[in-house]
Design a binder for this molecule. Structure first.
Ligand code: AP5
Length: 212
C-alpha cells in the first residue's frame, strides 16, 4: 500500500497514521519528524529548515524533495504512508517523477478534512514526547502522569510551533500552498475525503470504512 495523508496542521495525520500502521505494516514517513530530527542533530538541513519551521512557513521545496528522494530510496519495494509530504503542487509533481523512476504508483491520497476551529483547539492542547514522538492532548488524550510519556516514560513537551500566532501562520500556509493538492489528486482520481472533525474513534472508523 502506498498512500499519502493530506490535511491541515492538527488534522490528526500523525495520530491516525499510528492507527493505520497498526492495521497495515507500512513505513510511516513523516517529513515533520525527519526535519525535527535534523534540527535536533544540528545537520545543515536542520539548521536551514529551523528558520522556516519556527515561523510557521513551509521549508523550500528543493530541500524537501531532496530529503524525500533519499528517504524513499531506503525503502524501494515496500509500502509507505507519507505524512506531511507532498505539501505543494511542486512537491506532488516531484513525487510523481520519483514514483515513475522507482516503477511505483500511489494507491490513494487521503484528505483529513478539518475546520480551522478544530485545528486551533487540537494544536493548542497538543503535547508530544520528545523521546519517542508519541502524541497526546491535554484533554482529549492526556498522559497518565503529567509530563511523562505513557509509551516510553520520556519527557512530554509542547512543540515550539504550537503557539497560537505560529498555528495561524501554518494554517495560512496550508490554505495557500497545500489546499491546491486537493484538486491535483481529485483530477488523478486518487483523492479520498475523510471527515476528521470528530473524536479519534470516529475518524479511525471513517478511515477503516474507506479501506485504510
Ligand atoms: P509537521 O510536523 O508535518 O506539522 P503539521 O502538518 O503542521 O501537522 P502536525 O504534526 O502539526 O499535525 P497532525 O495533523 O499530525 O496532528 P496530530 O496527529 O499531531 O510539520 C512541521 C513543519 O515542518 C511545517 O510547519 C513546515 O515548516 C515543515 N514541513 C514539514 N513537511 C513539509 C513539507 N512537505 N514541505 C515544506 N515544509 C514542511 O494531532 C494534533 C493534536 O490533536 C494532538 O494533540 C492529538 O492528540 C489531537 N487529536 C488528533 N486527532 C484528534 C481527534 N480526532 N479528536 C481530538 N483530538 C485529536
Amino acid at each position: 500500500m502506498k498512500i499519502i495523508l493530506i490535511g491541515p496542521p492538527g488534522a490528526g495525520k500523525g495520530t491516525q497514521a499510528a492507527a493505520v500502521k497498526s492495521r497495515f505494516p507500512v513505513d510511516h514517513i513523516s517529513t515533520g519528524d525527519i526535519l525535527r530530527e535534523n534540527v535536533r542533530a544540528g545537520t545543515p538541513l536542520g539548521v536551514e529548515a529551523k528558520k522556516f519551521m519556527d515561523s510557521g512557513s513551509l521549508v523550500p521545496d528543493a530541500l524537501i524533495i531532496e530529503m524525500m528522494r533519499e528517504r524513499l530510496a531506503e525503502n524501494p519495494a515496500g509500502g509507505f504512508m507519507l505524512d506531511g509530504f507532498p505539501r505543494t503542487v511542486a512537491q506532488a509533481e516531484a513525487l510523481d517523477e520519483l514514483m515513475k523512476e522507482m516503477s511505483m504508483s500511489l494507491d490513494a491520497a487521503i484528505l483529513l478534512e478539518t475546520s480551522d476551529e478544530t485545528v486551533v483547539k487540537r494544536l493548542g492542547g497538543r503535547r508530544v514526547c520528545s523521546s519517542c514522538g508519541a502524541i497526546f492532548h491535554i484533554t482529549e488524550n492526556p498522559t497518565s502522569v503529567d509530563g511523562v510519556c505513557d509509551v516510553c516514560a520520556g519527557p512530554v513537551i509542547r512543540r515550539g510551533d504550537d503557539r497560537e500566532e505560529v498555528i495561524r501562520r501554518r494554517l495560512s500556509a496550508y490554505h495557500k500552498d497545500t489546499a491546491p493538492l486537493v484538486e491535483y489528486y481529485e483530477k488523478s482520481g486518487l483523492l479520498r475525503r475523510v471527515d476528521a472533525n470528530g473524536p479519534f474513534d470516529a475518524v479511525k472508523s471513517h478511515l477503516e470504512s474507506a479501506g485504510f
